[in-house]
Design a protein around this ligand. Sequence first.
Ligand code: ASP
Length: 439
Amino acid sequence: MKKVVKFGGSSLASAAQFEKVGAIIREDESRRYVVPSAPGKRFSEDTKVTDLLYACYRSVGDEEKFSKILAEIKSRYQEIIDGLRLSLSLEEDFALLEDNFKKQIGEEYAASRGEYLNGKIMAAYLGFAFVDPADMIRFDGNGQFDGEITEKLVAKRLDDLENAVVPGFYGAKEDGTIKTFSRGGSDITGSIVAGAIDADLYENWTDVSGFLVTDPRIIPNPKPIDTITYRELRELSYMGATVLHEDAIFPVRKAGIPINIRNTNAPEDPGTMIVEDTCKKPPYTITGIAGKKGFCSLYIEKSMMNSEIGFGRKVLQVLEEQGIAFEHIPSGIDTMSIYIHQDEFSQKEQQVIAGIHRIAHPDYMELETDLSLIAVVGRGMRSNRGTAARIFAALAHANVNVKMIDQGSSELNVIVGVKDEDFEPAIRAIYDIFVETQI
Ligand code: ASP
């Protein structure tokens, strides 16, 4: 049994957190490959080391500021080393880092040092081999991640290592230039390593016990989700349920490896299993509820729209030309509405409206702002009668006016549009009817 275990920044922010992580790894010998993030926040006003590194790199030229931030970074690591009573010295690494920062060799190099140095400490603490991802996580000449070569290099490098620490978040181009993934990208490294070595499980350790049925800022202590499919997760993450980096799914999904989200501060909690498919029925018909505020809708009316071939294409072409993505397009016989992110749209609204007038000649258009979209997601919906009825009865009782309804073609979700001010009451009402009342 081989597990890849990734630990997020808050799990590695201090020596005390490292000790928890050490205990978790030592408890199960199949936890053989460890992917650490850079030290995160120790308390809510704290700064992540990655952010300090970016700031330090940008302050080259301002000697006082540069030295101050660099000293802060050094002390973050020294605190961990001292707390763990390690004899490790990062002096040489810091000398090289300082030199490279002054040469301005790249911001991504700068950011990557957070994971690199934490990986060194982790390897010394656990007595595992340290493997630099710059030697095996490969980006092409255009800076795009190259999955094919990477898979081969990782498999080859880790094949005869019983245990290893592979820092997250970065890799390199063939010429050695360091490249990072987008923020939160250590999740992706963990997934790549798990996929490449054919792990049995990818454990992703963070500071929450997995996914919750809904946002705890809206419902206090929502129920945890014990099992979720990749497709359900995609729907929920898209709507803002963020525990895992979206790009972390592909490498393990492709290899059929489940992900287990776990909590470093509550290792006894089973967390959430993310799987391709499962026979396990979710306990409440729905798996989760997520949503986002800040949409607007563009309502378009034209008589005989239904028989005008190409009308929809013309309208969407205007959006395409303006570089605007749309979310949903509910339509009637002679009407259609387009749901768009408000902040994206507001910069180009007049160009879009003029463009649609010019190309599609509608009779009437109207904008509605401050709308929210709520996704009610669940693999159980397909085989259950009355899910939609329950959602809308709950919303009616909560006095929420529904502006839009869209049942995804996958029958995996129902999307409801409401005014922003109804967002929280709507989520509470839906949670209540499916989870609390369970009728
Ligand atoms: N340290 C990086 C960040 O703060 C990557 C990660 O933690 O996954 O975004």
